[in-house]
Design a protein around this ligand. Sequence first.
Ligand SMILES: Nc1ncnc2c1ncn2[C@@H]1O[C@H](COP(=O)(O)OP(=O)(O)OP(=O)(O)O)[C@@H](O)[C@H]1O
Ligand SMILES: [Mg+2]
Length: 260
Amino acid sequence: MQLAFGHRPVYDGLECRMRKGEIHLLLGGSGTGKSTLLRMIGGLQRPDSGIVRVAGHDLAGLRERDLGEIRKGIGMLFQNGALLDSMTVLENVGLPLREHTKQSRVEIEERVSSVLSAVGLDDVQSLLPRELSGGMLRRVAFARAIVMEPEILLCDEPFSGLDPLNVTRIEDLLVRLNKELGLTVVVTSHHMASSLRMADQMILMRDRICVSGTPEELAGGDDEGVIEFLGEDGRSFLARLHEIRDHGNVGDGSSAGDLR
Ligand SMILES: Nc1ncnc2c1ncn2[C@@H]1O[C@H](COP(=O)(O)OP(=O)(O)OP(=O)(O)O)[C@@H](O)[C@H]1O
Ligand SMILES: [Mg+2]
């Protein structure tokens, strides 16, 4: 797949496969095209050439209406929040339900309360975005991304600006949604420790292509770009991954609240 903005190529021969039901961690330096790749999967950006296939559909070949249908099954958390300033938290999180379902006001309120509680936010429903902290905004945006129970969740930097408790909370929630509902997740993050703990697949963007594999495969491999990106800390972290996965708190869902 190829894509350039003006004379600046972002991808040149990029080939990347992501598997249904797995958690994919998208890594790479600033400007390597992580957010752009999420936008492509979400049907918001088309490649110059090549194919972007999601759930068996080539997105480039779809009409806007069919693309809209596919987008309903995709939750997106954008890097820069994108909540609507003039709407309360309840209205922001409930927006996809109001637009795409026939649920009643009461049903929508119940669902919104449930997802807000799952991200650790109670009693903020009537507040406006400007009345929230950065970490709270991130969690509201996350709640909005999962409110429709999507099959695919694209999360751009879900952990940025969160305190350790909330990093763990969001991480647990992602793992639970993945394990219990089979949610396919693609997450970009600079929060290496947390993200590596939950990743089934790692995709490292570099030199306009990507290198991918399980964390164990990439850590054990000899790709110079991977070694350079992970650095000493990243590699020793990966070497201890089994230990961390066995003893970490990921997947027990203890702080994630009830989603259904
Ligand atoms: N709409 C756009 N118009 C022009 N150039 C763009 C546009 N979107 C992205 N780019 C360029 O594409 C490249 C990749 O951007 P992208 O936002 O995907 O990077 P990123 O890997 O997400 O970086 P970061 O880690 O800083 O978020 C950058 O060089 C950026 O300047
Ligand atoms: Mg980005």
